[in-house]
Ligand binder design. Sequence first.
Ligand SMILES: Cc1ncc(C[n+]2csc(CCOP(=O)(O)OP(=O)(O)O)c2C)c(N)n1
Ligand SMILES: [Mg+2]
Length: 273
Amino acid sequence: MNLKAKSFQIRQDVLDMIYRAKAGHIGGDFSVCDVLVTLYYHVMNVGPDKVNDPNRDRFILSKGHSVESLYCILADCGFFPKSDLETFSQYNSKYIGHPNNKINGIEMNSGSLGHGLPVAVGMALAGKMDNAPYRVYTVMGDGELAEGSVWEGAMAGGHYKLDNLTAIVDRNRLQISGCTEDVMHHDSLDERFGSFGWHVIHAEGNNIDSLIAAFDEAKATKGMPAMIIADTTKGCGVSFMENKAAWHHKVPSAVEYEQGMAELKAKEAAANE
Ligand SMILES: Cc1ncc(C[n+]2csc(CCOP(=O)(O)OP(=O)(O)O)c2C)c(N)n1
Ligand SMILES: [Mg+2]
């Protein structure tokens, strides 16, 4: 499968969904899209036929506000009908603005930042205790790293040497209100996670080949969990959304929708050439 093209196709579905619902977090959806596409279509042992398989890999979207990308990928993978997405953010729909485990394929409710890594540590520890073959993955935002519970999870993951656990930081350098380096700086993530006993790997987070290499390295790491610092661009794929804090949860106007869609279609076509 052409994962680069797939990623631009998923972004179009996300743009459609957010434009229709007049709600969503498009900037973080677009920065994390390549990470999620790489995980769901290449790395993880998951699928609609495996939702109750005890050996399935576990995934937690800790930065739960990027649920639109996750919904579009789950629909595309057949976890539920794509038409369900038309109810996103509507009254009585279970497709709400953050992940919840009433939805096929979603393991954990998230959205209150800082909870994904500690729960992923528990899942990975359970896997070790059961001698189970599954791996656990979680994606955090870089703004999310300001939550203290992330560091409790990091401490425990290192302590228990959880080499069945891979965490990813979507390092787009923006959070809700501006630059992470102004709000709460993180420019020593290698040293910080390294000192908690994690193997730190760097990846270009909007480059599928770089991500595949990083996930391969994480899988091959023994005796410690792996932390992939994925350098990304918030809003990646639509020129006027890129690197702008305002697009954290701005809804596109009709003109912006048309322009964004045209850019994404052109990029998908280029990736298919
Ligand atoms: C505990 C908690 N505090 C505050 C928020 C509000 N909030 C939602 S998204 C966000 C910014 C997150 O930034 P980052 O983790 O960098 O996400 P990304 O840039 O990938 O969108 C904040 C503060 C929240 N969801 N949970
Ligand atoms: Mg961020």
